[in-house]
Design a protein around this ligand. Structure first.
Ligand SMILES: CC(C)(COP(=O)(O)OP(=O)(O)OC[C@H]1O[C@@H](n2cnc3c(N)ncnc32)[C@H](O)[C@@H]1OP(=O)(O)O)[C@@H](O)C(=O)NCCC(=O)NCCS
Length: 176
């Protein structure tokens, strides 16, 4: 399936899903979607420590809308790694009935593109390498970026947005 280009307003009903910058009126639907995707344990994750008390990057967080319904979401957050500012991605969620059409990948790509335009050097996340490897994330240099709490460090992945943007990311990951 192809998605209409990042839009500033919702598409008319009946069209393919559209990606647009998340707005305050989407927040409730995003919470419901993410709760369904991750379950009640989501607040115990170390990633959550980088989100609570932080403010998402409004210009880099997207929803997928279909006929007015939020069916996908990705958010980015400002953090530092050993003092270097990078964007932290998550949660990424797609409605269970809408998966395997490329929407998750399209959301990650839209968020990374927006982060590059906004001047971020790299995007960091905790996730599955087989999935995020498809959109340019890799584990190797991120292994020395340390999550604030229990985490499988092999799942800390990074994508450079500028030449060498994934280098030198060594130290604790903290809210910026
Ligand atoms: C992960 C998720 C966002 C993918 O959304 P999606 O719209 O289905 O993604 P895409 O269509 O771009 O990609 C689907 C492909 O990725 C694969 N995939 C999905 N999750 C995967 C994972 N954790 N590891 C490896 N592959 C995975 C699917 O099997 C599918 O493979 P195929 O193309 O060979 O059929 C969605 O499954 C979801 O919301 N899951 C629950 C929340 C979650 O795990 N979020 C990611 C961690 S932050």
């Amino acid at each position: 399936m192809s998605f209409s280009a990042v839009a500033s307003s919702p598409p008319p009903p009946g069209l393919a899903p559209s990606l647009l910058i998340e707005r305050p009126e989407h927040a409730r639907a995003v919470e419901v979607l993410v709760d369904r995707a991750f379950g009640p344990g989501r607040f115990a994750k170390s990633s959550e420590r980088l989100r609570e008390g932080n403010h998402k990057l409004d210009d880099c967080s997207f929803v997928a809308l279909h006929e007015g319904r939020v069916i996908g979401s990705v958010r980015l957050w400002p953090v530092t790694v050993g003092g270097q500012p990078v964007a932290f991605l998550g949660p990424l969620a797609v409605d269970a009935d809408e998966r395997k059409h490329g929407l998750g990948q399209a959301l990650v790509e839209a968020a990374c593109e927006a982060a590059a335009k906004a001047g971020w050097r790299a995007v960091l996340l905790v996730g599955d390498a087989p999935y995020f490897g498809r959109v340019g994330f890799s584990a190797a240099p991120a292994a020395r970026a340390v999550m604030p709490g229990p985490a499988d460090q092999r799942r800390v992945l990074v994508k450079a947005l500028v030449e060498g943007g994934d280098q030198g990311l060594v130290g604790p990951i903290r809210i910026r």
